[in-house]
Design a protein around this ligand. Structure first.
Ligand SMILES: [Zn+2]
Length: 332
């Protein structure tokens, strides 16, 4: 028997084997109980001693080589290679989310007011007529209701809140003064959109009730807030205004930080922007939640988180904030 020929045949068959089944056949054919190598090894005993030694070594060597070749046989195809994971290759970095500019500003506003002793409170976006209007001194048929273009729901008496003020009422119904709260949240108005108006927007409401509170407390708190928020001294202008739930009422203007006072689309070319509506809480509002206006006074204010965001980041169109445009959002 020519062992080298046997080895060559076996190696060729192993290299051509297409699957595990074929490989098992080859293994059986050469290395099995009646395999060719096995028979060679068995027949050695009939050979003379020197020949036996030589052939025996060779046959055992070939046996080992064939076993190794069978063990190392790899059926991989091009497909397999493609699917294989190269654990040494550099990974794909997962996209990391981040906060929306309005959320960033909301958190910052909450932090600043927390330092001034104000607690952050939330309330429902779907409100009833009582909390959104009546309890705030805006009864039915009151002409002031026209100031809020309201989305009414089909369910009787329910609406999308037009301001965060109803949360003041809800809070005062359950908590006794003295109290200091802010209420950030989404509000809705049925109106045409432009560079500074959206049908939904974020408001932040503030309320401070205590004994002997006056408009000067309001001014001091707001000056402190804007100074912290814009990291510089900000000139406030307070001018008289009208809201049904405050008396007296005032409007708080800031120099437009988008254009620096020169006039732009955000400030309607005025150079100033109305930042907050405010005033001393109307006695009727206190009475609606069973507080005695002779014992308690306070101020309330509401300002647009959107406007604060626009001023902070110098954004000249409110619609960008709600556009979901990633090119815009990735900048924050
Ligand atoms: Zn401007």
């Amino acid at each position: 028997m020519d062992l080298k020929d046997l080895k060559n045949r076996a190696e060729k068959e192993i290299s051509l084997a297409q699957n595990l089944e074929a490989l098992n056949e080859i293994s059986k054919k050469y290395l099995g109980k009646k395999g060719e190598i096995t028979l060679v090894l068995r027949s050695l005993k009939d050979l003379p001693i020197t020949e036996r030694k030589k052939q025996g070594q060779l046959a055992n060597q070939i046996k080992k080589q064939l076993e190794q070749a069978i063990n190392n046989k790899d059926f991989k195809t091009k497909e397999d290679v493609k699917d294989r994971i190269d654990i040494t290759a550099p990974g794909t970095r997962p996209l990391q989310g981040h906060l929306h500019p309005i959320t960033l500003v909301k958190k910052e506003v909450e932090d600043i007011f927390a330092k001034l002793g104000f607690e952050t409170i939330e309330g429902p976006e779907v409100e009833d007529e009582w909390h959104n209007f009546d309890a705030l001194n805006i009864p039915k048929e009151h002409p002031a209701r026209d100031m809020w273009d309201t989305f009414w729901l089909k369910e009787k008496g329910l609406l999308l809140r037009t301001h965060t003020s109803p949360v003041q009422v809800r809070y005062m119904e359950k908590n006794n003064p003295p109290l200091r709260i802010i209420v950030p949240g989404r509000c809705f108005r049925y109106e045409a959109t432009d560079a500074s108006h959206e049908i939904n927007f974020y408001h932040i409401e503030g309320l401070m009730i205590d004994k002997e509170i006056s408009a000067s407390n309001f001014k001091a708190i707001m000056e402190k807030f804007f100074q912290e928020f814009f990291k510089k001294q900000i000139k406030l202008r307070i001018r008289p205004s009208y809201f049904p739930f405050t008396e007296p009422s005032f409007e708080l203007d800031l120099e437009c930080l988008v254009c620096g006072g020169k006039g732009c689309s955000v400030c309607s070319k005025r150079g100033r922007i109305e930042m907050a509506g405010a005033g001393m809480v109307h006695p009727n509002v206190l009475k609606a939640v069973n507080l005695n206006p002779n014992n308690w006074q306070g101020f309330a204010f509401g300002m647009g988180l959107d406007r604060l965001t626009m001023m902070k980041y110098k954004i000249d169109d409110i619609r960008l904030l709600y556009s979901s445009d990633l090119r815009f959002l990735r900048q924050f």
